[in-house]
Write a protein of this length. Structure first.
Length: 256
């Protein structure tokens, strides 16, 4: 009986933790970075085990990076490293992914590329090179290549990220899949392959509408991206329509 109670308690704890992480993800998808940090701090206060603590610190670093608090993010990543065993290649790979994102946001694309290439090597060493965490690493490497103007290499990495996300997801209408579509739209726009850019941007827009409804910043960003492609194609009437749609969305989301 006592053993059954322990199992039930552990199961409840795991479910509760998963629900809180889902809440963190939802907050970050909706730019609620400060609220995400508060919830992560609560989870860290009761965290058990070095690996779980390191992963939570990485999540916190991501939220801080997105909100522009780079020094605090760097401190979280440093703390995560101290809790992670060097032989735990998977965990080191996760940490280096968030470190790469931090360097990218700090404008050091060289260090971001170095960190993310190391991350991918570590996922391969851990036997977890086909996971969602590895997909994130390929996505970050693709963005690093875009920043360097290496668009064909970026396309290759972003397609790898998309493929892994599509294989891992139960539903194609998923935030991560939409993110991959958006990134591919960006690279094809740079490559002047405007038809493909529109194809992927519209796929991203459809998913964002399905998840968030019509009045959400990601809808506005998607409309802006589509408008930029139309402008590059000299389809100015269509571009203006997309930009005006984006403006209406921003006004709905942030009413004066």
């Amino acid at each position: 009986m006592q053993r059954l109670l322990i199992i039930l308690m552990l199961s409840y704890s795991a479910v509760a933790s998963a629900q809180r992480l889902a809440t963190v993800d939802s907050l970050m998808d909706n730019s609620g970075y400060d609220e995400a940090v508060i919830l992560l701090d609560r989870m860290l206060a009761t965290s058990a085990g070095d690996e779980n603590t390191s992963l939570l610190l990485c999540k916190k670093a991501d939220a801080l990076t997105r909100s522009g608090k780079f020094d605090e993010a760097a401190l979280c990543i440093a703390k995560a490293r101290t809790r992670a065993a060097l032989q735990n290649h998977y965990l080191q790979g996760v940490i280096n992914t968030y470190d790469a994102l931090l360097w990218m946001n700090r404008g050091r694309n060289d260090l971001a590329t170095q960190a993310i290439q190391k991350s991918i090597e570590q996922f391969e060493q851990s036997g977890r090179a086909r996971t969602l965490d590895a997909a994130r690493a390929f996505s970050v490497l693709g963005l690093a290549y875009i920043n360097d103007g290496r668009y064909l290499q970026a396309e290759e990495q972003l397609q790898r990220a998309l493929s892994l996300r599509q294989q891992a997801m139960l539903s194609q209408s998923n935030e991560l899949v939409a993110s991959s579509y958006n990134d591919l739209g960006l690279v094809y726009n740079f490559l002047a392959d405007y038809e493909k850019a529109l194809l992927y941007y519209n796929k991203a827009l459809a998913i964002y509408k399905n998840i968030h409804g019509l009045a959400h910043p990601k809808i506005a960003i998607a409309n802006t991206n589509i408008g930029a492609v139309h402008s590059n194609m000299q389809m100015y009437t269509d571009a203006i329509a997309e930009f005006e749609s984006a403006l209406r969305t921003w006004e709905q989301y942030y009413p004066q």
